[in-house]
Design a protein around this ligand. Structure first.
Ligand code: SF4
Length: 754
């Protein structure tokens, strides 16, 4: 059967609908299975016994349960796993096409040592023994020179045994520089820390919400746990749950919402405060919650005795519908009507984190949105938001750092997280490149990178590459060649997602603590090793207290012992979850100094200290009269794992034609600029200039340009390299004044006919 590009153009979100929702996805997964077997590098299965293996997809943070069909030892088809918490039988197109990664040519087959210029792609194969010995010798010299703190590590997450092993290695070695790739989870976690006082991630009871107000979240474009969100979205339609989507571009989510509110990007938090204004003025809020379980709603005193304005005064004094309308571009009548509708629902849910949530965002925006949930008392109850504690199954004894490590651990982090300026922020990876580039000697002298591709995914990629070029030793644990692995000195190839064990703790947005088990579906590549095993080998080679901190014989031993009694449930069901879990009641839910929900406080940064304003886009409006905004799509993977060939085939012709990228603009904007559909134009931002083709879309707000994330790879992948433009090369980070996290939602730009 011939499956060409156009055959898949109608796919997109349809596949995510799940294999249980309609016969169409069954057909498509069959097509994909057949299509996958047609690639020259895919082994064609011989006859053999058919079996299914349950696992968890780790290609994105969504953590969907998957069921892989095998013929003998060959995987031939991936489906969503029925009954898995959240996705329950569904999977996205990237997950479904994961076999193309397993059998694709980009998988790294043995340890590699760079022999040419950095980034030139010249490698020499070396043995594992030689690679581990070289890394140990080089980082060992850092300890001898009193620079143990200059060892850094970047991974995609800070939860689960693999990130914990890296943290442990760094602690035993003597470095505080563990960093994770940024996402909206950072800002949500900080929001919960400031407003609830807890170290937790947000859980959204999307199944029971009966009014959903989304401030730009791509509900059916990969936000949260994508399979779960799509299922919830389908259910909302049946239950007539209204969805309101505020964002400047008519995304799939906006197109399928009950109401689309085109909003000036970056002003979403202001809209939330405008809605709060109406809700407070008209006494539509939950008085029981606000009066008895919250702090900072009324005026309050800080630690110096100074009286500070409370949330009510701030919001009612300034954020009138008229004022908010002038900033957001949304009609004041619509603001008032939306506030009443939101407050009139019994379980109204407000969410934020733009697109797939891969950019952290402004802390005040997140706090303003979360305050709406609090005003309605929709916390820790059905249909609301709860603070979900981190899974507590990793109970290893603390490592015992030697004297070198103890002294070295006293150093500040290179990215500024946890410093006096950013005391509540755990990781500030987007600040690292500037910190390196502005220093004479890089504050990171050796860097481990695992499950991450910062040279592609971080904003201002040129600055990132420049910074990486200054790091004397980069060790990549990539399973597949990518832009960051290309910058490495040594690659210790990890096992692919269908070749390895790994625990997958509660994904972002899930409202029940759980852990899933990714497990080997096929025999692993001979030359690759589990990242956990590589780290254990390295620790052993280092010896002393570092080796002592890793008492396991290998990663599998570590994982089994860590999971203890849960191992049986994990292997039998693919996950364990606290079925009887219930969030704490309001009287026990908050661990703030007041033991109440905090609308405002010193820690929150009350108005006057940091302000509750919109974060401005980078660039001079005179030189750059337009605004470029990135968007996310289920057809494009913008994260650490790049698109599979299948996924790239689904991309529409008005997004990518051959190698040419398209930029979307409103016809009115295009007309004013003398542009026409399909013409070539030069798109310029303060970060760089690229050639694009112009696509007119009435779904764009005038004055905006939109382009997708996930294109413009440079790594050696014949199906991806050189196709389109990496948006991160055109957008820089903008530090949030309170958190230091990247609050950029776009950048000022210009578009002129080429
Ligand atoms: S949403 Fe993420 S975890 Fe789920 S199937 Fe897709 S890539 Fe895998």
């Amino acid at each position: 059967m011939k499956i060409d590009r156009r055959s898949f153009l109608s796919l997109g979100i349809g596949v995510t609908a799940g294999t249980t929702l309609s016969p169409l996805p069954w057909k498509l997964t069959d097509d994909l299975s057949i299509w996958t077997q047609m690639w020259p590098w895919t082994p064609v299965p011989k006859d053999g016994e058919v079996s299914y293996v349950h696992s968890v997809c780790t290609l994105c943070p969504g953590g969907c349960g998957i069921s892989v069909r095998k013929v003998a030892d060959r995987a031939v088809k991936i489906e969503g796993m029925d009954g898995y918490p959240g996705n329950d039988g569904s999977a996205c197109p990237l997950g479904l096409s994961g076999l193309q990664l397993l059998y694709g040519p980009t998988a790294i087959q043995s340890p590699l040592k760079r022999v040419g210029e950095r980034g030139a792609g010249k490698w020499q194969k070396i043995s594992w023994e030689a690679a581990i010995a070289e890394v140990a010798e080089k980082i060992g010299r850092l300890r001898e020179d009193g620079k143990a703190h200059t060892l850094g590590c970047i991974t995609d997450s800070d939860c689960g045994t693999v990130p914990e092993l890296f943290k442990r290695f760094l602690t035993a070695f003597g470095s505080p520089n563990f960093m994770r790739t940024p996402s909206c989870a950072d800002t949500y976690e900080m929001t919960l820390k400031l407003m609830h006082g807890t170290d937790a991630s947000p859980g959204f009871d999307v199944e029971n919400a009966n009014f959903v107000l989304s401030f730009g979240s791509g509900i059916i474009e990969g936000w949260g746990t994508p399979g779960r969100m799509f299922r919830a979205h389908s259910a909302w339609k049946d239950k007539k749950v209204k969805v309101v989507q505020a964002e400047p571009r008519l995304s799939n989510t906006a197109a399928k919402a009950g109401q689309w509110l085109p909003i000036s990007p970056g002003t979403e938090g202001i809209l939330a405060l405008g809605l709060a204004h109406v809700i407070i003025k008209e006494n539509l809020y939950d008085k029981n919650f606000v009066d008895n379980y919250s702090f900072g709603f009324e005026d309050w005193k800080d630690s110096t005795g100074k009286v500070c304005k409370g949330f009510k005064s701030v919001v009612t004094d300034r954020y009138t519908p008229g004022y908010v309308s002038g900033i957001t571009g949304i009609d004041s009548g619509d603001i008032e009507a939306l506030a009443r509708e939101f407050a009139g629902a019994s379980s109204p849910l407000a969410i934020c984190g733009r697109g797939q949530g891969s950019v952290p965002g402004s802390i005040h925006e997140f706090m303003a949105v979360h305050a709406l949930n609090a005003l309605m008392g929709n916390l820790n109850r059905a249909g609301g938001v709860s603070a979900v504690q981190r899974a507590d199954y990793i109970t290893w004894p603390e490592p015992e750092p030697d004297r070198v490590a103890q002294n070295s651990l006293k150093n500040e982090r290179a990215d500024g997280a946890g410093s006096a300026r950013y005391p509540y922020t755990k990781s500030l990876l987007t600040r690292l490149p500037a910190a390196i580039n502005s220093a004479e000697e890089s504050p990171i002298q050796a860097l481990f990178v695992a499950n991450a591709n910062p040279c592609y995914t971080l904003p201002d990629t040129e600055q990132v590459r420049e910074a990486f070029a200054k790091i004397p030793l980069i060790v990549s644990f990539a399973a597949h060649m990518n832009e960051t692995a290309e910058m490495a000195d040594i690659i210790l190839p990890d096992l692919g997602h269908l070749e390895r064990y790994e625990d997958v703790p509660t994904p972002f947005g899930m409202n029940t603590p759980m852990v899933g088990l990714a497990r080997p579906v096929v025999s692993p590549r001979k030359g690759a090793r589990h990242v956990g095993d590589a780290l254990l080998l390295l620790a052993k080679q280092m010896g002393g207290s570092i080796a002592k901190a890793f008492p396991w014989t290998g990663y599998e031993d570590c994982l089994k012992k860590t999971m203890g009694k849960s191992w049986t449930g994990l292997t039998e069901n693919g996950f364990v979850a606290k079925a009887d879990y219930k969030p704490a009641g309001w009287d026990a839910a908050f661990a703030t100094p007041s033991k109440k929900f905090q609308f405002m406080s010193e820690a929150c940064g009350h108005e006057g200290k940091t302000g509750l304003g919109a974060v401005a886009a980078e660039g001079d409006p005179k030189a750059y009269p337009l605004v470029l905004i990135p968007y996310d799509s289920m057809r494009l993977s913008g994260g650490a794992v790049a698109n599979t060939p299948f996924l790239t085939k689904t991309v529409a012709d008005t997004v990518l034609t051959g190698k040419e990228a398209w930029a979307e603009v409103n016809p009115k904007t295009g007309g004013k600029l003398g542009l026409a559909e399909g013409v070539h134009a030069t798109l310029t931002t303060p970060k760089g200039s690229v050639r694009v083709r112009v696509h007119f879309s009435n779904g764009m707000m005038p004055g905006m340009i939109a382009m997708p994330r996930g294109l413009g790879h440079t790594a050696p992948d014949a199906y991806l390299a050189g196709k389109g433009i990496n948006l991160n090369a055109l957008v820089g980070p903008v530090a949030d004044p309170t958190s230091g996290l990247d609050a950029a939602w776009g950048i000022r730009a210009n578009l002129v006919i080429a």
